[in-house]
Design a protein around this ligand. Structure first.
Ligand code: 3Y8
Ligand code: NAP
Length: 248
């Protein structure tokens, strides 16, 4: 009898949780506990870190997990590395991820390799910059205090962000093109900084920027260790041994 652990926090993880719930197979979806009220799920949820690789390996053992699905965000590199290491103790692992975004006609992207590259790309004259990076990496941009920043967090911050000129929007995705277009217009944004998250939940700002002719500093994904991976929930269901097409 499968016993599935889904490392969650993404649209894809939620979609998988619904597919697994429909089969009645035992499953748990795990959140890090990064936000105050994580989205509710149709399977039991656990919240909080495992305590590194050893903690995750112990969890897999004590909970007799038979299938580990890493459905975390492409930038959750530490969690993904820990999953590969802990699964090496003998638990089958697959990653459910989504393809990186690629530019289309009208996109004005400036690709950078990482967060430091994004900070360096903001040298120069004052601009009106949307930092669509969430809360965890805003402090790095204090190195470029000359800009007027638009920030978007899931939860109100516990401390005032260290950027002298910023406007904060508290909102959680998935976002809409109309909503993000209105946001960029209202704040006269002339540059967007974001991660190459892929998927649909964060893509609206790219369509908005394209429509408004706003350039985008696009942060490339971190390199992750080798592991089996797919972008399809149905492939994960087949991997678990239940073909979603049979509706079981
Ligand atoms: C806690 C759990 C679902 C999942 C929904 C997806 C889409 C909406 C868009 C912008 C970009 C950003 C951010 C974003 C999006 C989805 C997805 C996604 C980006 C929740 C959630 C958790 C988090 C953590 C949070 C991070 C932050 C990143 C905001 C739930 C809502 C910027 C990533 O305040 C904090 O500390 C927030 C931290 C990690 C990145 C950062 O560095 O700040 N996500 N986001 C998860 C946990 O505890 O394990 O309540 O749903 C999930 C979602 N956020 O099931 O529908 O699939 O990616 N999340 C980015 O893409 O750059 C917002 O504003 O345009
Ligand atoms: P990270 O930097 O890769 O992980 C840091 C530590 O957080 C991990 O070592 C682990 O702690 C804990 N952790 C991360 N994801 C977890 C999960 N799903 N369940 C239990 N513990 C988890 O991760 P992150 O980038 O902070 O992402 C945290 C969460 O937000 C994940 O669920 C991710 O999918 C979601 N998310 C992240 C982003 C992003 O931009 N990074 C975007 C959207 C959603 P221990 O070592 O103690 O086990």
């Amino acid at each position: 009898m499968p016993n599935i652990l889904i490392l969650g926090g993404t649209t894809e993880a939620s979609a998988l949780a619904h597919a697994v719930a429909a089969t009645g197979l035992p499953a748990v979806l795990s959140y890090a506990g990064r936000v105050a009220t994580p989205k509710s799920q149709p399977v039991p949820v656990r919240i909080g870190g495992f305590g590194g690789v050893a903690g995750l390996a112990a969890y897999l053992r004590t909970h007799a997990v038979t299938h580990l699905v890493d459905a975390t965000h492409p930038f959750a590199a530490q969690m993904s590395a820990n999953a590969v290491a802990a699964a090496a103790t003998g638990v089958p692992l697959i990653a459910l991820t989504r393809p990186a975004w690629t530019p289309v006609a009208g996109d004005m992207w400036h690709p950078v390799p990482d967060l430091d590259g994004a900070v360096a790309a903001l040298g120069g004259e004052r601009r009106r910059v949307m930092l669509a990076l969430g809360r965890m990496h805003v402090a790095a941009f204090a190195a470029q205090p000359q800009h007027q920043y638009l920030l978007r967090f899931v939860d109100p911050p516990t401390r005032i962000p260290p950027l002298p000129d910023h406007h904060l929007v508290v909102d959680r995705g998935p976002f809409t093109v109309d909503g993000d277009t209105a946001l960029l217009r209202t704040h006269a944004i002339d540059l967007v900084v974001c991660k190459n998250a892929g998927g649909t939940g964060a893509a609206a700002k790219l369509a908005a920027a394209r429509a408004l002719g706003v350039p985008v500093v696009m942060i490339d994904r971190p390199v992750l260790p080798e592991r089996a991976q797919t972008a399809e929930v149905a492939t994960v269901m087949r991997w678990i041994g239940h073909d979603a097409d049979r509706g079981v």
